[in-house]
Design a protein around this ligand. Structure first.
Ligand code: ZN
Length: 82
């Protein structure tokens, strides 16, 4: 599954997701248009592998409630189903 990175579209800091987050989504699912946690409009950012930014992970329980498959990053850099 491709990894998508999202940013809150209006550039504000979201208390829940921190203003940006990343999700793995199946191909064919509709484009995410709002943060699944805070419901603010989001835009997709092209993922840059070399990006030094540390993204705050979504709240697992909230994301699951919203129907997302949440993967947590292990120290090895391998994504694993939570
Ligand atoms: Zn949010």
């Amino acid at each position: 599954m491709p990894l998508y990175e999202y940013e809150v579209a209006d550039g504000t800091e979201c208390k829940t997701c921190g203003g940006s987050f990343e999700l793995r989504r199946s191909l064919g699912r509709p484009e995410l248009t709002a943060c699944p946690v805070c419901k603010k409009p989001v835009k997709r950012v092209m993922s840059v592998v070399t990006s030094p930014r540390i993204l705050k992970p979504l709240s697992i329980s909230d994301a699951k409630k919203a129907g997302f498959t949440v993967l947590k990053k292990r120290d090895t850099g391998v994504y694993e189903r939570e």
